[in-house]
Design a protein around this ligand. Structure first.
Ligand code: FES
Ligand SMILES: [Fe+2]
Length: 352
């Protein structure tokens, strides 16, 4: 059970998985126009992610190169330059240091060497990925996120994930290991008891298909309506109308494809026994009427209601970890995706 409680073990996961792998920090629609930015702190590294004029993304450590103040305080916005609130050192959109007030006091400072520190950034399937480790100036900041996702990038694009826009974001902190927050999405064995009154009636009891793709997973959860398709030509139906498709992008992102939209969850460790979950819907276009907002708000309520049922089970496990009742957990045959997830964590943290 130390997987869920050992501070040193989870700190190593943070240092290896959450610092050296491409981690999704948001959706491209949050950075639609040049100069659009988000700040992001949940990985443990304060980040500033900016849309470039040429359409690419840059990411920087959001720390001033003078005395280390947080440069950009806002969660999001659009700017031509970023000015440190302490003494006013100002950085351009590409992170370059442009202004030092009373510059004569810094005669020996070469401005070209004091730009914001970069981290690697790139996009794939509409998700913005960052490797949250500071780069030295001679290191390449381009991140090949498509290569990291492999064939799943085209899958996600096929489901419209890249062309959607984020809606109804929510961030919650829960008293459970980041791995428990992922575990519960990787099997349908829990569906009937845990979600009996909510989403279970749409699905089958304990039925899911799992494909592995490198460190990632693709899960298909058929709905009961799929039975109606047995004698219907395949060219006339779509999978997403009759099954949810859940992508687990290792280590901490889940993309749940539903009939007319998707949902994204990013899980962030806060020490061993706590996690922050940031989630949002991905809808085809920004809702522009009360009716459209009401429709997507209702979908968000179903999602957040079901995930709260999941996290309640995870928190229950977390409380049980300390009891000493279980020296290890048992993964049944229907829970092999969890074995893949934990096996991949073990392999990646051991090899690193
Ligand atoms: S710490 Fe940023 S300008 Fe001084
Ligand atoms: Fe669940």
């Amino acid at each position: 059970m130390s997987a869920y409680s050992d501070e040193a073990r989870i700190d190593r996961e943070i240092q290896v998985l959450f610092r050296r792998l491409p981690i999704a920090v948001g959706h491209a629609s949050e950075l639609a126009r040049p100069g659009d930015f988000i700040t992001h702190d949940a990985s443990g590294v304060p980040l500033l992610v900016v849309r470039r004029d040429d359409g690419g993304v840059d990411a920087f450590v959001n720390v001033c190169r003078h005395r280390g103040t947080r440069v950009e305080p806002a969660p999001r916005g659009n700017k031509r330059a970023f000015s440190c609130p302490y003494h006013g050192w100002t950085y351009g959109k590409r992170g370059q240091l442009v202004t030092i007030p009373h510059e004569r006091g810094f005669a020996c400072v070469d401005k070209t060497t004091r730009g914001l520190v970069r981290v690697a950034a790139g996009e794939a399937a509409g998700l913005v990925f960052v490797t949250p480790s500071p780069l030295s100036p001679d290191e390449d900041a381009a991140l090949d996120a498509r290569a990291w996702l492999g064939p799943l990038a085209a899958d996600l694009e096929g489901f419209g994930v890249a062309s959607s826009v984020s809606y109804a974001p929510r961030s919650v902190e829960r008293a459970l290991s980041w791995k428990l927050a992922i575990d519960i999405f990787l099997e349908t064995y829990h569906l009937r008891p845990t979600h009996k009154e909510t989403i279970y009636p749409m699905f089958f009891d304990n039925l899911g298909l799992v494909d592995r793709s490198g460190p990632h997973l693709r899960n298909v959860f058929p709905k009961r309506t799929i039975k109606e398709l047995a004698h219907v030509p395949e060219s006339t139906w779509t999978l997403r109308a009759h099954a949810n498709v859940l992508f687990h992008l290792f280590p901490n992102t889940l993309v749940l494809v539903q009939p007319d939209h998707a949902a994204v969850l990013h899980v962030w460790p806060n020490g061993a026994g706590r996690a922050t979950v940031t989630s949002y819907l991905l809808v085809p276009e920004p809702p522009d009427s009360e009716k459209a907002r009401g429709y997507w708000d209702a979908n968000a309520a179903v999602l957040y209601g079901a995930t709260d049922e999941d996290f309640a089970m995870g928190e229950s496990i977390q409380r049980g970890v300390a009891s000493g009742a279980n020296r290890e957990v048992v993964f049944g045959a229907f829970e092999h995706a969890l074995a893949h997830f934990h096996g991949t964590i073990a392999e990646r943290t051991r090899d690193a």
